[in-house]
Design a protein around this ligand. Sequence first.
Ligand code: PLP
Length: 375
Amino acid sequence: MKFASRIEKVPPYLFVGISRKIAEKRAQGIDVISFGIGDPDIPTPDNVVEKLRETALDSPNHRYPETDGLPEFRQAVADWYQRRFGISVHPDKETLPLIGAKEGIGHAALCFIEPGDIALVPDPGYPCIRWAHERLDADLDAIPDDVADKATVMWLNYPNNPTGAIADADYFAKVVEFAKAHDIAVMHDASYSEVAFDGYRPISFLETPGAIDVGVEFHSLSKSYNMTGWRLGMAVGNEDIISALMVIKSNLDSGVPNAIQYMGMEAMELSQNAIDERNAIYEHRRDRVVQTLRDIGLDAIPPKASLYVWTRIPEGFTSAEFTALLLDEADIVVTPGNGYGEYGEGYIRLSLTINDEDMEKGLARLSEWQIPSKD
Ligand SMILES: Cc1ncc(COP(=O)(O)O)c(C=O)c1O
């Protein structure tokens, strides 16, 4: 059998290997605690699930959805943008529902990239972005002019997975200037825009003057409203890019089931109080994880947003070695930083989507664990 080169070139999806290792340990009766994948343990709000129950019984919702979604859903997205970021977008021309942000990110690659083209993507960065495109660098000053001139698209992701880094208005303004100077489309993955701490509220790339001329922003209801299992997100921004994505999507998928879009409309109406209460749970976990990592001698910095604590490991260990030691000696799963790219080497990532009881059990094991000496 001859597979396409992209199958052979790409390492297996990061979490597949980790899941296998956990399964092996659990089969031996070991109670492994996982700080691995970022998948909210907190359930989808009841009223959102209730909306599915209601709309699932409605037979028109049993048929193919439209790729561009329900007009009411597009309007709900535009209303959410207005409320959340103070930005007006055209519901029919500048928004598009996605079967999760991941689907949109993967398909957006097909809008811009031909064999041999250059895409600028973050390293370390979310594997889906890196997989769908060639890897390069997202530090604007580090990108040589000739590379920038050849690039067709640049990916950003703030708040960032895996690092938790955030972007400010000045940085986004610089991105718009750079994109215009080099004729590059900007794709901003804002999947963690609603998961933030210490009173911080992430901004939208589209708040930047001129951003809508060059870019699109991706949102995910997965992390915003604990809805990973329902698969819903949206792309918002430049009309031409939205149209191009619509061309790809209408040929490759049949859109988001209507009942799931109704759930999304209900979710986007949730009060900021409800979001703040949810974020307070993550914030408490963040503080516990950071403190424990510091107690064992790691230099963890508390992130202002995202679901992850990203921390450097001691010199002399690779990320894979350190991760394997934690699993073998403390029965704890963390994600090795090199899974997010070359520049993630020397780091690990801990996810905060673990219930408090398991987290405390895992942190107790971590506190008792001695980092082996490398000399
Ligand atoms: C940066 C980033 N973008 C997108 C996604 C995927 O979002 P969705 O569940 O909406 O496909 C994730 C999931 O972990 C992520 O970390």
